[in-house]
Design a protein. Structure first.
Length: 89
């Protein structure tokens, strides 16, 4: 029993360590900063690109948070299954 728990802990730890290497990243286009605004149209275009970048980042964050919730749910389900198994076997 202890060997199994140790094995599970080692697998989980190694998964955590390798998580950064396979972590998704956003593909949002960051607006180029400007020095001086020549006219209002240029300023409006810049503001629009900043807003588009913000919305893209927010969509990425929302997607990642959704994935976190799914993974937590799956992990908690596995824990409940394990606890039920060990309680009655």
């Amino acid at each position: 029993m202890r060997k199994l728990l140790l094995l599970v802990a080692l697998v989980a730890f190694s998964t955590i360590l390798s998580a950064d290497s396979s972590a998704p990243s956003h593909h949002c286009v960051k607006p180029k900063p400007y020095d001086l605004v020549e006219d209002l149209e240029e300023l409006d275009n810049y503001k629009a690109s900043v807003e588009k970048f913000k919305e893209c980042i927010q969509a990425f964050v929302d997607e990642q948070n959704g994935a976190i919730r799914k993974h937590e749910k799956a992990a908690n389900s596995a824990i409940r299954e394990w606890n039920h198994f060990t309680k009655y076997n």
